[in-house]
Design a protein around this ligand. Sequence first.
Ligand SMILES: Cc1cc2nc3c(=O)[nH]c(=O)nc-3n(C[C@H](O)[C@H](O)[C@H](O)COP(=O)(O)OP(=O)(O)OC[C@H]3O[C@@H](n4cnc5c(N)ncnc54)[C@H](O)[C@@H]3O)c2cc1C
Length: 398
Amino acid sequence: MRDDPILIVGGGIGGVGAGLALARAGHRVQVFERSSAFGEIGAGIQLGPNVMRMFERLGVKEAVLDIGFRPTALVMRDAIQGFEIARVPLGPGFEKRFGQPYAVIHRADLHAVLLEALKAEPNAELFTDHDAEGFAQDAAGVTLRFKGGKEARGRALIGADGLWSRIRQQVIGDGKPIVSGHIAYRAVLPMEEVPEAISRHEMTVWVGPRIHLVHYRLRRGTLMNLVAVFHSDRYSEGWNESGDVAELERHFAGTRPEVRALLAKINAWKYWVLCWREPRRGWSQGRVTLLGDAAHPTLQYLAQGANQAIEDAVCLADMLAAYAADLPAAFRAYEDARVLRTGRVQIMSKVYGEVFHAAHVTAELRNAMLANRTAEQAWDGMAWLYEGPVWPYYGASG
Ligand SMILES: Cc1cc2nc3c(=O)[nH]c(=O)nc-3n(C[C@H](O)[C@H](O)[C@H](O)COP(=O)(O)OP(=O)(O)OC[C@H]3O[C@@H](n4cnc5c(N)ncnc54)[C@H](O)[C@@H]3O)c2cc1C
C-alpha cells in the first residue's frame, strides 16, 4: 500500500536527509531515533559541490549556506617545517568549474536545517526513544521491533543507523567495522581566541608523520573548528569520549609553534576512534536497504561521509520514483547506482589518510607530486567526486 509509511531507523544526517528526500517526493515516512532528542554533537563538516547539488534538490541550499562558512581555499602545509605543499582555490573559478560552491558547517547546524525542513513536511513523523532491535519482512511489508517491545509496520525499511548499524547486521551480518588505528580529537574555539598566525579564511590541513591537524571556521565564521588526528591502538566505541591533553601534546610535540599554540588554546577535547569498512554489496534485501554510514562507512580524509549519505537519500527517492510499482527493484537499483561511487570514496579516503600521514621518502614524493599544480590541475584531481553524482533516472523524484 502506497499509504503505508517507509520506516527509517536513525535520525542522524543520513536518516533525516532520507526522510526529507522521500517526504518531498510524496512518500509517508516515519523516522525513529534511539536518543531522547534529534540532534548532532559538535565538530564541523565540509560540503563539496556534489552535496550542494543535492541540497538544491532538497530545497535547503540557501539555509545551509546562510549558516555555514565559505573558505577561500583548501591548503595543505607541512606540520613540522611550515611550508605550503598544495593549494586548491575555492573562489569563482572553482564555482564556475563545478557549478556549485564549497562550504563548511557545524554538524549541529546542518542537522538542524534538515530537521526543520523535515518537520515541515506533512508526510513525516518523527519518534525519539525508539531503539530498533531488528525487523521481519514478508511479501507486503516490514515489521520493525524496538527495545521494550514496541513495533512499527511499514512498506519498507531504511537502515540509517550509522557505523555500528544493527540493521546492517541483520542484512549483511559482517560484524564490527575495521578499527583504523587513527584517533580524532576535536574541539571548537571562539574566533577571538585563535592565534594571529593561523589562517582565517582557508581550510588548512597541517600534515606530518602519523599526524595531521585540520582547522576551518564555522557558524558564519564565529567559531574555529579543530580536528587533530594521530595514530594510536586505543579502541572504544562511540563518538564523544573526553580527550587527554597530554596525549595530544605528545603526538604533536615536534610540530610548528603556531600549530602547538593553537592546540594549547583548548583544554577540553572530545575524541573518537576512526573506523571504516571495505566496500561491499548486499545493502538491499527485499524491502530493506541501508544508507549512509550503515551502508558504506568511510574514514574522514576526503570529508565525504555525510555528503555521500545525502547523495544516497536523493538517489533513493529517484529510484523509488522510477520503479514505483516494484519496491525491491528500486532498492536494488539504488544500491547498483551507489556502490561504486561510495566504494571509491571509502578506498580513496584510506589512501588520502596515508598521504596525509606520510613520512620520509613517501612524504617527499607527496610534496613533489603536489607541487606547482595550477588551479585547473588541482580541480581536475577532484572532478570524479565534485562533478557527480550521476545515476540513471537522475531527477525522477522531482
Ligand atoms: C572526524 C570526522 C570528520 C568528518 N568530517 C566529515 C566531513 O567533513 N564531511 C562529511 O561529509 N563527512 C564527514 N564525516 C563523516 C560523517 O560524520 C558521517 O559519514 C555521517 O555523520 C554519517 O551519517 P549517518 O546518518 O549515516 O550516521 P550517524 O551520523 O552515525 O547517525 C546514525 C543515527 O542513528 C541512530 N541510531 C543508531 N542505532 C540506532 C538504533 N538501533 N535505533 C534507532 N536509532 C539508532 C544514532 O543515534 C544516530 O542518530 C566525518 C567523520 C568524522 C569521524
